[in-house]
Design a binder for this molecule. Structure first.
Ligand SMILES: NC(=O)c1ccc[n+]([C@@H]2O[C@H](COP(=O)([O-])OP(=O)(O)OC[C@H]3O[C@@H](n4cnc5c(N)ncnc54)[C@H](O)[C@@H]3O)[C@@H](O)[C@H]2O)c1
Length: 262
């Protein structure tokens, strides 16, 4: 299937690591022009080198309105427009609600919810003016079903689904589409030096909670009997961002080996 993504101007937040990196590389392989908007610019530059083509990295903190405005301005400066926004930056540290520190909740809300709002607001006016655009956001299966030890995270991810549906209704007539992809468990990826990356939720507390034996056990509970990889998520995102999905908006797609079937 021809996706027609060649030459499209794409922003991928959180594109320096794991799922976002896989998505950024996927768009670049289709000939899209990609801005990796990540708080970890050094790792973003590594993905730029890997992707080649018209790819750039811009240090962005999605929880900051000023920073996301600068992100959008940089994309317009580089590419003249923004055709696609992928809201991928996000994360959690799994812990029981009663044991979790308020700062951890605030961080989840700031990155997952405010990140979606800031980045979307920063690009949406331009998309409406050009009467075309696609926003694909990475939620989580946790946002569909509620997940043990991820209470606030699940709430933020459900928020992304609800906001995407609302916006799909608001701007569908202006040619802008909103869709959501929900991954299941996708362990963080270590680089050649064995690091997850400073901005990654997997470095330290989160990564340490999942030794290999536990990952194997979780994988066995999935209908497809394996955990996901970033390259499992990217094709779904590319499709929803493409003109091939021009009649699809307000939808939520699980890409999780059958973990949930909602
Ligand atoms: N990995 C999973 O199991 C899983 C499952 C379901 C959903 N998700 C969602 O997928 C997305 C990516 O997950 P991942 O495993 O690739 O995470 P990750 O922690 O490996 O990567 C996240 C990236 O976001 C960047 N980042 C962190 N804070 C930022 C900020 N304030 N502004 C801009 N960039 C920031 C990090 O530097 C990192 O490059 C997240 O939204 C996560 O909630 C992940």
């Amino acid at each position: 299937m021809e996706l027609g993504l060649s030459g499209k101007a794409v922003i991928v937040t959180g594109g320096a690591n794991n799922i976002g990196r896989g998505i950024a590389l996927g768009f670049a392989a289709e000939g899209a022009r990609v801005l990796i908007a990540d708080i970890d610019e050094e790792r973003g530059q590594r993905v730029v080198a890997e992707a080649g083509g018209e790819t750039a990295a811009h240090r962005t903190d999605v929880s900051s309105w000023e920073s996301t405005q600068a992100m959008a301005a940089r994309a317009v400066e580089l590419f003249g427009r923004v055709d696609v926004l992928v809201n991928c930056a996000g994360g959690t540290i799994d812990r029981l609600f009663l044991e979790k520190a308020r700062e951890e909740w605030e961080r989840e809300v700031a990155i997952n919810l405010w990140g979606f709002i800031n980045c979307t607001r920063a690009v949406l006016e331009g998309m409406v003016e050009q009467r075309s655009g696609a926003v694909v956001s990475i939620s989580s299966e946790a946002g569909r079903m509620g997940e043990w030890r991820e209470a606030v995270y699940s709430g933020t991810k459900a928020g992304i689904i609800a906001m995407s549906k609302s916006l799909a209704r608001e701007v569908g007539s202006k040619g802008v589409r909103f869709n959501v992809v929900c991954p299941g468990f996708i362990p963080g990826q270590r680089d050649a030096g064995g690091d997850f990356g400073e901005g990654s939720m997997w470095s330290g507390k989160q990564g340490d909670q999942f030794p290999d034996e536990m990952l194997e056990k979780i994988a066995k509970s999935y209908p497809l009997r394996r955990l996901g990889r970033p390259e499992d998520i990217a094709p779904a995102v590319l499709f929803l961002a493409s003109d091939a999905a021009s009649y699809i908006t307000g939808q939520t797609l699980s890409v999780s080996g059958g973990y949930t079937m909602m």
